[in-house]
Design a binder for this molecule. Structure first.
Ligand code: NAI
Length: 695
């Protein structure tokens, strides 16, 4: 059953029942329309109440039907709303908990609306790059007024029902905890014979000097929306509620909705929405896999990462013991955590009381005995296999049975780390990103012997820590860093051939990246890549790099922490200033290589940086390191600042067309360091079949 029908005296009650949020899927819409028809046919029924079972009135469209023909099949949401609005018996929406999107549009089609306080009222379509397409943009301004409706539609942010009491949206907002259904039935009884039936569509949107307000809104929204077209389209459709007749406004809304559906930006947002949901699903780890309980955590190493990782647990209310080798390092790490929280308090985003609560959950130690009872331990010591070995042998000997032993390593072989213990099934990689208390991404590295329950626990933990968990197999750099390696190599080769750091950074930032490779290097520390290249020179001498990054490090320019790297920096200013000696070094290095420097286009820069990653990603997918293309997109959207409106590297490659990507790669393969452009077999195969990574 997806909508139940019952009669209470002279009132029919239709209860939407499609868990979890009574999404308005085809079956629910059908049952609701039938309910109205049944009520109209029954002479004993004088009025109708629509409400929702469980934890919502209705959350709107049924996401299970997104992108399926069912979403638009008859009776469509339009038909349902028209059926309600044209009912000759009054229809009362009884709203509680959640009333969003199509759910709110349905309520606006009812003749009356009553609610409990605390219900989340929203039209959140803009967050998926769309606008409310079932009358929301025309009806909401008619009950809330132009300004408030516009704010809600452009932002998509929920407003609590009690804040909207007194507007024409609600005929009554009852007391918290009172019996909504009983009051709605009483209300319906009271209005059963009142005629004419009030219709939102017949109201007028009054706003003195609306043109000035709309123009102001266009300007502000345009500045805030960046590359996304939906917010401005929201303004234009809401404007139509003032400037056009209702039916024309509705038609206009439909047209703009259908237009937005086709935009790459909306497709990218919807892709990301589903990618996030599917990322936590692992085919051979069913949803009912038992998880281990995590009530106490330990973190080894109180450096940059260890401190941030500890904060994640503290924020989730999980006590943490932080272990270091030396008291000074421990004190410094603990002080940094407090300082970070202090800054959040200063910004008004945390209360002083909460700060103390969180700090009270944190203890420091130098002794392994103090962490033995932790349910999970995350190691974040130096990136050195010898140090990792010492730590994991110790963990193996002290930790209680069943404790999860996690490593935050960014490049090292997790299977080797697991082999230092007698319990490889308990070992997993939890790869946080810097700053670990801020970045959303958590790469969950599944070792050859990692237990399924350990993996399921890590995925659940990611949610608890409010991270996006993405599973990766074991390889050098896992998903994210393995791809960025190719991007960095191309960035270096571009310098050898004729570009300067600021041109490369500006080109890719214009494409939409939060930060270009050279500014990023300066922020993270260029010495990290230097150490990795030194290791690779021994392990994989066939991999080529531009020497310019090494030369930069030889100049002592590690980045912001040493006062400068590819760029100079000024105190109190995050801007990057080009440095003449660095640029001269780059030019001189080209000369030493015998290269005549050339003008390189921004298009070439972007293609080489992005396609080199895409090609590596195709290998990653083919090798089963990533479970699906959308996981790779999630890694890049949440951990690497890839522009959201482009949907991630794989989605982007799909929009360009894989055959076009391949053709560009073939061209670069004829140029400098062309051997870097060996296409991955999967890319060739999909391009040949006219398919995309995500199709
Ligand atoms: P860091 O140098 O800031 O901190 C390492 C800390 O570990 C130091 O405080 C050191 O005293 C402590 N330590 C060293 N040996 C220890 C031992 N045997 N027992 C206890 N503590 C010990 O290094 P960072 O940047 O925090 O990196 C830690 C790990 O996280 C590395 O594996 C690194 O590859 C990884 N990682 C680093 C990222 C970054 O952006 N810095 C990002 C993601 C992962």
């Amino acid at each position: 059953m997806t909508a139940e029908y019952q009669v209470h005296g002279a009132v029919a009650v239709i209860t939407l029942n499609n868990p979890p949020v009574n999404g308005l899927g085809l079956a629910t819409r059908t049952a609701a329309v039938q309910g109205i028809q049944q009520a109209l046919a029954d002479a004993a029924v004088k009025a109708i109440v629509i409400t929702g079972a469980g934890k919502a009135f209705s959350g709107g469209a049924d996401i299970k039907e997104f992108n399926s023909p069912k979403a638009l099949a008859e009776p469509s949401l339009h038909t349902l709303i028209a059926t309600v609005e044209n009912s000759t018996k009054p229809v009362v929406a009884a709203i509680h908990t959640v009333c969003m999107g199509g759910g709110l549009e349905l309520a606006l089609g009812c003749h009356y609306r009553v609610a409990l306080p605390g219900a989340q009222i929203a039209l959140p379509e803009v967050k998926l790059g769309l606008l409310p397409g079932a009358g929301g943009t025309q009806r909401l301004p008619r009950v809330l007024g132009l300004e408030m409706a516009l704010n809600m539609i452009v932002s998509g942010t929920p407003v609590a029902s009690e804040k909207l009491a007194g507007t024409a949206l609600f005929d009554a907002v009852y007391e918290a905890g009172s019996d909504l259904l009983a009051q709605a039935i009483a209300f319906a009884d009271k209005v059963a014979d009142a005629r004419p039936l009030p219709k939102v569509r017949e109201r007028k949107v009054d706003y003195p000097n609306h043109e000035a307000f709309l123009q102001f809104s266009r300007n502000t929204v345009k500045a805030m929306a960046g590359p996304f077209p939906a917010p401005l389209e929201c303004v234009e459709t809401v404007a139509a509620s003032v400037t056009r007749k209702f039916e024309d406004g509705l038609k206009f809304e439909r047209e703009r909705f259908l237009h937005l559906m086709q935009t790459t930006e909306s497709k990218a947002l919807r892709h990301a929405f589903f990618a996030e949901r599917v990322a936590s699903k692992v085919p051979d780890v069913p949803a009912d896999t038992p998880v281990r309980s995590i009530k106490q955590a330990a973190v080894i190493g109180a450096g940059t990462m260890g401190g941030g990782i500890a904060m994640n647990f503290l924020n989730a209310g999980i006590p943490v013991v932080l272990l270091e080798t030396r008291q000074e390092a421990l004190d410094k790490g603990m002080a940094t955590i407090r300082k970070n929280y202090d800054n959040t308090v200063k910004k008004g985003k945390l209360t002083a009381e909460k700060l103390e609560q969180r700090m009270a959950l944190l203890t420091g130690t130098l002794a392994y005995a103090d962490i033995a009872q932790a349910d999970i331990v995350v190691e974040a010591v130096f990136e050195d296999m010898g140090v990792k070995e010492t730590v994991f042998r110790q963990l193996d000997s002290v930790m209680k049975p069943g404790a999860i032993l996690a490593s935050n390593t960014s490049t090292l072989d997790l299977n080797r780390i697991a082999s230092f213990t007698s319990r490889p099934q308990d070992v997993i990689g939890l790869h946080f990103f810097s700053p670990a208390n801020v970045m959303k991404l958590l790469e969950i590295v599944r070792g050859a012997q990692t237990g399924k329950d350990v993996l399921a626990t890590a995925l659940a933990l990611a949610k608890k820590l409010k991270k996006t968990g993405v599973v990766s197999g074991v390889c050098d750099g896992f998903i994210g860093n393995r791809m960025i390696e190719q991007y960095s190599r191309q960035a270096g080769f571009l310098l050898d051939e004729g570009a300067l750091p600021e041109q490369v950074d500006q080109a890719i930032e214009k494409f939409g990246f939060a930060m270009g490779p050279f500014r990023m290097g300066d922020l993270a520390g260029n010495d990290i890549g230097w150490a990795i290249r030194k290791r690779r020179a021994i392990e994989s001498p066939e991999i080529t790099y531009s020497r310019s990054a090494d030369l930069l490090c030889e100049m002592g320019r590690f980045g912001q922490k040493t006062g400068g790297g590819w760029y100079d920096y000024k105190a109190g200013d995050r801007k990057a200033y080009p440095n003449e000696q660095v640029n001269a070094m780059i030019v001189q290095h080209s000369a030493q290589l015998g290269i005549t420097r050339r003008q390189i286009s921004d298009q070439e820069i972007v293609e080489r940086l992005v396609y080199s990653m895409v090609n590596e990603a195709a290998h990653i997918l083919e090798e089963g390191i990533a479970l699906r293309a959308s996981d790779i997109d999630m890694v890049y959207l949440t951990g690497y600042g890839f522009p959201l409106f482009r949907g991630g590297p794989m989605f982007y490659a799909d929009t360009v067309g894989l055959a076009n990507v391949l053709a560009a790669m073939a061209q670069y393969a004829r140029g400098y360091q062309g051997s870097a452009w060996q296409p991955a077999p999967l890319l060739v195969k999909l391009a040949g079949e006219g398919k995309g990574f995500n199709s």
